[in-house]
Design a protein around this ligand. Structure first.
Ligand code: XMP
Length: 523
């Protein structure tokens, strides 16, 4: 456990799918917090952790079930403020002498609900109910509900299905809400957290700089003096992970950058030179273009392409990693959204990781332990950490780039000729987007080269060249996306530049498909 350099808030996790979002809201408020599964929170743990406040998360169980998860009694006896959320509210009420009843149709609430204030006021709700509507939208997700509040508590707010939607024992500073203030659909939820941490006396001393220190300490603790290898893709996540690891363990880290010949214009050189020459990381530049392009020769089925690339990637990575004596750890830039976390109520906490397209299966196959220093972070936090680590802004703000690279932007057979054309067209397109100041508004933009030739006329001559498609989307997480509404002038200018500057393309189209039904990549 970490040393208490900061005011610390403890989140006791009862297994809600959104517990991590509580941590996120708190971090936005510069509050240091840790999430611990309820099974691990013993009296001794509480004494050592010495929280300044505690939050009970939601959870899937029912407090009426014998043996359902509980916090230790000591939590209530430490004299620190507690906020119970959903299941956490029900636990608190039952533990302190209130009643909870099983859900019936009339009282179960799932989704959007509206809370109105009661007569009793509390600083917990400063800034709430201010927009003139007299109510606040909240996100409910409960079957059971509190039917009688514990002695000492007042009701601060009600919703149609939750007469005790917001409750407080102001004297003990115990607060409990039936809804989830941490989710996006409780628009004013952050204010509630802000009020809670203010009531608890947090100074807001937790910053990305502090996170970095903490992460470095944890990495050192985990890997000791053992060598660590890292698959550096040049993407933001693996780059930030590598920079952080290097900060923590210096030359114990070796990065392997696999060049599969499917990268963008000058990309390999830029990535390798930045990490090797400017940041002094040990980087192996695995030049395996021949291998990848050779095996992809004549292949046009998208899934076959992906499988070939995935398999070769593992082989190649393994080959280079085997040369590193005594490597015991593999570092990955897994982010929180890649982690599906659940608490198993019979055993300890269990974590399932969505396998990354490129390195999935690698750790088991190679008998390596994982180091995932970014797994608590969201994308924008990773970017903030990257800045903190001194990575250039232009690098940190880069659009995502898929592991299989240009292979999935080249429908049909992949040839070196097509890849060259695609690289040049893509570079012009991105240059245009940057020049017009649009890069940061767009989640991802790229060119796909189409497997058709079309007839054109240039000067007095006939051309018979490839058509390409421009793609640009906005998105929050890549799961859904809208096409970007470029001005026609921009599209016209870009098409002209591509056709004039890139030999081999004589027709440019713009892809206006959203996701769903399309996907962002073409394959
Ligand atoms: P799709 O095309 O499924 O893409 O809408 C969603 C996001 O994921 C990226 N993507 C990948 N990233 N390996 C990766 O590392 C892959 O195999 C892969 N396939 C898609 C895609 O670029 C977009 O950001």
């Amino acid at each position: 456990m970490s040393t208490p350099e900061h005011d610390r808030l403890l989140i006791i996790d009862f297994g809600s799918q959104v517990t991590q979002l509580i941590a996120r809201r708190l971090r936005e408020l510069n509050v240091y917090c840790e999430i611990h599964p309820y099974q691990n929170v013993t009296d001794a743990f509480l004494t050592e952790f010495a929280p300044k406040a505690i939050i009970f998360s939601g959870g899937p169980d029912s407090v009426m079930r014998e043996g359902s998860p509980r916090p230790p009694k000591k939590a209530y006896e430490m004299g620190v403020p507690i906020l119970g959320i959903c299941y956490g509210q029900q636990v608190m009420m039952q533990d302190l002498g209130g009643k909870v009843e099983a859900g019936e149709h009339a009282t179960a609430e799932f989704g959007r609900a509206y809370v109105t204030p009661s007569e009793t006021r509390s600083d917990l709700l400063s800034g709430w109910f201010m927009d003139g509507s007299g109510r606040e939208q909240v996100w409910m997700s409960h079957g059971d509900h509190v039917s009688e509040i514990a002695p000492g508590f007042d009701v601060l707010g009600t919703s149609p299905g939750a007469p005790f939607a917001i409750t407080a024992d102001t004297e003990r500073r115990f607060y409990a809400v039936q809804f989830h203030p941490e989710v996006h659909h409780t628009p004013n939820g952050k204010t509630l957290y802000q009020n809670f941490v203010q009531l608890a006396g947090f100074s807001g001393d937790w910053t990305m700089g502090a996170y970095r220190e903490e992460a470095i300490r944890k990495i050192k603790e985990q890997v000791g003096d053992k060598p660590v290898i890292c698959a550096l893709s040049g993407g933001v996540d693996s780059s930030v992970a590598a920079a952080l690891l290097h900060d923590a363990i210096g030359d114990q880290l070796t990065c392997v950058f696999v060049d599969h010949g499917l990268l963008r214009l000058n990309e390999a050189e830029e990535v390798v030179s930045m990490f090797r020459d400017h940041m002094n990381l040990k980087v192996i530049h695995a030049q395996e273009q021949e291998l990848f392009l050779g095996e992809l020769d004549g292949v046009s089925d998208p899934e076959t392409k992906r499988k070939i690339i995935g398999r070769l990637f593992i082989d190649v990575f393994q080959k280079y990693a085997n040369e590193i004596d005594g490597a015991e750890f593999l570092a990955q830039g897994t982010l929180y959204p890649d982690v599906i976390e659940s608490v198993s109520f019979s055993g300890g906490p269990s974590v399932t990781i969505k396998s990354h397209h490129n390195v999935g299966g690698l750790p088991e196959k190679m008998g390596l332990k994982l180091v995932e220093p970014l797994r608590e972070l969201f994308k924008d936090e990773v970017r903030a950490l990257g800045r903190e680590l001194g990575l250039p802004d232009s690098f940190i703000g880069r659009h995502p780039f898929p592991g299989p690279g240009l292979a999935i932007r080249c429908p049909g057979e992949i040839t070196r000729e097509k890849l060259d054309i695609l690289r040049k067209a893509d570079a012009v397109y991105i240059d245009q987007i940057r020049k017009h100041g649009l890069y940061d508004e767009i989640w991802q933009a790229f060119v796909a080269i189409l497997p058709v030739r079309t007839v054109g006329v240039m000067g007095d001559g006939r051309t018979y060249d490839y058509a390409c498609a421009l793609r640009a989307v906005t998105s929050v997480d890549g799961m859904t996306a809208d096409y970007y509404p470029f001005e026609h002038d921009f599209l016209g200018e870009t098409a002209t530049r591509i056709i004039n500057e890139v030999k081999g393309i004589n027709r440019v189209t713009y892809d206006i498909t959203s996701k769903p039904p399309g996907t962002i990549e073409w394959e």
